[in-house]
Design a protein around this ligand. Sequence first.
Ligand SMILES: CC(=O)N[C@H]1[C@@H](OP(=O)(O)O)O[C@H](CO)[C@@H](O)[C@@H]1O
Ligand SMILES: [Mg+2]
Length: 640
Amino acid sequence: VDDDADYYASAAVVDDDDDDDDDDDDDGDGDGDNDDDDGDGDGDNDDDDGYSYDGDGDMTNDVVTMIMVMEGSQFFYGTAGFRAEAHLLPSVVFRTAVLAALRSAKTRSATGLVVTASHNPIKDNGVKLADPSGGMLCMEWEEYADRLVNAQSSLALCELVGEIADREGISLGDTGGRILVGRDTRPSGMELVDAAKKGISALPGMEVLDMGVVSTPQLHWMVQATNRGEPATEDDYFADILSGYRELATLKPTRDARQKVLEDPLLVDGSNGVGAAKLIDLQSRAGVSSLRFEVRNKGEEGDGPLNDGVGADFVQKERLPPAKFSEQDIGRRCASVDGDADRLVYFYLEKNQKSDSPGGQMAVQGDYLGSRLTLHLLDGDKIAVLAALFISQQLEELGAKDDGNGGKSVVGYGTVRVGVVQTAYANGASTKYIKEVLGLEVAVTPTGVKHLHEKAVGFDIGIYFEANGHGMILFGASFLAWLNKKQASGDCGREGDDGFITDRKAEVAIARLVALSKLVNQAVGDALSGILLVESILQYRQSGLHEWNTLYKDLPSRQSKVMVPDRRQIVTKDAETKVASPDVLQQLIDLEIAKYKHGRAFVRPSGTEDVVRVYAEAEQQTDADALANAIARHIRSVLG
Ligand SMILES: CC(=O)N[C@H]1[C@@H](OP(=O)(O)O)O[C@H](CO)[C@@H](O)[C@@H]1O
Ligand SMILES: [Mg+2]
């Protein structure tokens, strides 16, 4: 690790001496002095590296703030990498980049690093890694990430790099690798990408490919394509997902009058983030009349800040229309993506009929609009159901029969295991629909797509979505190979008395599934690819959002956040549905749940924010609200 390590090591160090203006060893390198060991050779240890993150130039103060932000002086890789206020992150990004380089050296493959804090406020930023598969960093390496970022001095950091190299059999004298780096539109992004480049170059033989401003899923896709030896530029990304979309569009059932409902362009809230420009790009490359967007909240002059009263997270959690949406949009087909465009929800607005419509946690714009408009949310659960229904229908066309164990038996392949993976946040009504109406398997994992993805890998077709709209459809390699072979050979049909009879229905169903596998980003959940998915299926069904929304009715639910001194005192079990400790908390929660019909509730410490999240569901909205409030009170009294 080169000279920069000293500087970046000090930035992440916990320093108890705080801002004492003395000459103690406050530079955080633990060497007992305050010498010029920041590597710039200018005789001091000033903040003269050109980064503008710390404002006051006093690193020690920043370190103290950081400790308060992250509690217990620890950074955790969390559900989505490291996140904090941007000015605290250069060292974190540098160190995470060292890990990206080590992972690339270990696997002899390209890895990825994205500078983003997704739906967090604009003052935050973050960093997460893409594994060679294009998925999230493998979970066993998260521990390395935590240890590297929390190393207390540059010496400790170097020793740790040596230890990881030893354990993983990486020869530090002979490393080589390639790391693709991308960032979202945050103003702090460029400086943090610079820190990442320094971290990567700290190991010899590393190549950095700066992909510029990209959505998180684009970067993951590029890593996957690179390691498959396929073309991996942004152009290739668009071409790939659009090829699937175009193929599916040619396989639509015959057009009828009802298709009119889809003739309006899709109205998209871009969250003032990276997704807005990418959607406009997608549309112009598609060049087909069936794919037209009207994008609002593009992050342009006159738009508000990133993720502020806009975006998929806001719409899903607050159940309110994003900024710049109003009564004029009643009845239109709307969608919202998040700040790094890996989440997607659909919605439509209706004139408020009742005064007790959703919109309990009122934001300012909600006070006004929430009282006039009802927002019908089509979240990740609804998208999963729409996709599962479409896939089931294609398997039916292939003549699939239920095998009685949640699988579908298809002649020529055997059992096709189709599964839907959800978290505890999935609305109970969606789970019931998938199991009882579609007859498909449902698996539940802890929050965080890395867990859902891991589970989905076990299926021939694994559909996974978090309720917040982050998810995708994963095609198992052997089933996909079978589909491709079948399509190429064109042998869908059976031997009849007068020779081979082509089964046109089966042929089309196979072509649809193959097209679907291209349209869906196979690396990670992707809002752009998600829009292509939903739009394609709606076109196939020739119906709009209202009909989709009535497939099943969500149980009323409420989500809230509680601030406590140390959220990590809560330890959960059973895929986060129960509190393991403190056990008194689970007893109190159980007592509350028992009071309500169809009551269900759970709590967990957030991996991305300094809060405990509460989820409650019940037959009535007022009950779900009361249940969530009661549990929040218990959390405060037990942990406050
Ligand atoms: C309730 C909720 O939406 N939680 C989100 C949120 O994680 P938390 O650990 O709950 O803060 O951000 C994650 C990353 O985007 C996402 O995977 C997850 O689903
Ligand atoms: Mg996101």
